[in-house]
Ligand binder design. Structure first.
Ligand SMILES: C[S@@+](CC[C@H](N)C(=O)[O-])C[C@H]1O[C@@H](n2cnc3c(N)ncnc32)[C@H](O)[C@@H]1O
Length: 247
């Protein structure tokens, strides 16, 4: 029964998530209030859909600076704004993959519409990142093996993600990493994540009129429900936020 419900959730996600994400990206793009919300919450000058706090965003940049990649792969790149902004700031070439959107290519940055569970590219990359983009992975070993196959020697994979109803140690991820004999470092950002959601809720409460005036109540409501849900999950330690660096 559990297997059947998991299968239906998975099929439902694969069928419906791309169009749902696409619609949200369109609404975000048309909303000035959303741009301001991202500036305040994430410290970005562009619109994004991840849940990186300012602290986590700085950590990501610190690792990128340390690694100084020439060619980076962004798994689940969404509207591509994060990929392009990092490419400009750290002067690397990049490719982004997402099943919802394929943004226009820019100088040194290209995109393709693909599924991150099954993509295949001809290049190998100096750094692979994935920011809040792997949900519903059916087989972590297969997923991570595919990422590793796209990675140059002695290069790293950086994954920021949230696990609900599971800690990293109890999830299938460490087993998959062990089977693949991959070394990794895991850092928990759960306390910071709670502060992030509290700040998000405060901002949304302050900015309700701005979203409503531009006819973007629906977008406001998606973010508000997300903030309420995450704050509630934190109150019972049911959600955990992680940075996983795979060598
Ligand atoms: C929360 S957004 C994060 C986007 C981006 N990484 C950012 O930081 O703004 C998650 C993205 O992952 C993409 N995604 C989720 N599952 C995917 C899959 N199996 N294949 C391709 N893209 C996927 C969604 O379309 C969405 O754009």
């Amino acid at each position: 029964m559990n297997f059947i419900s998991k299968f239906f959730n998975y099929s439902y996600f694969k069928k419906n998530a791309p169009s749902a994400f696409k619609k949200t990206y369109q609404d975000m793009e048309n909303s000035k209030a959303y741009k301001k919300y991202c500036q305040e919450l994430h410290g970005t000058d562009y619109r994004c859909l991840n849940t990186l706090s300012k602290k986590q965003y700085l950590k990501l940049k610190e690792i990128i600076k340390e690694q100084s990649p020439e060619l980076l792969l962004d798994i689940g790149s969404g509207n591509g704004k994060l990929t392009s902004s990092l490419a400009r700031e750290f002067n690397f070439k990049a490719h982004g993959i997402d099943f919802a959107l394929c943004p226009s290519d820019e100088a040194g940055v290209t995109f393709s519409k693909d599924d991150i569970e099954s993509f295949k590219r001809n290049e190998t990359y100096d750094l692979i990142i994935s920011i809040d983009s792997f949900y519903m992975i059916r087989n972590y070993r297969k997923f991570l093996k595919n990422l590793k196959n796209h990675l140059g020697e002695n290069k790293k994979i950086i994954l920021f993600f949230t696990l609900v109803n599971n800690s990293f140690n109890n999830s299938p991820i460490p087993k998959a990493l062990a089977k693949l004999r991959l070394n990794y470092e895991i850092t928990e950002f759960s306390e910071d994540d709670l502060q992030f959601w509290q700040k998000s809720r405060e901002l949304l409460d302050e900015m309700n009129d701005e979203f409503v005036d531009e006819n973007h109540f629906k977008l406001w409501n998606i973010k508000k429900k997300e903030a309420d849900k995450n704050i509630s999950l934190h109150s019972t330690q049911q959600t955990h936020r992680y940075l996983l660096i795979i060598n």
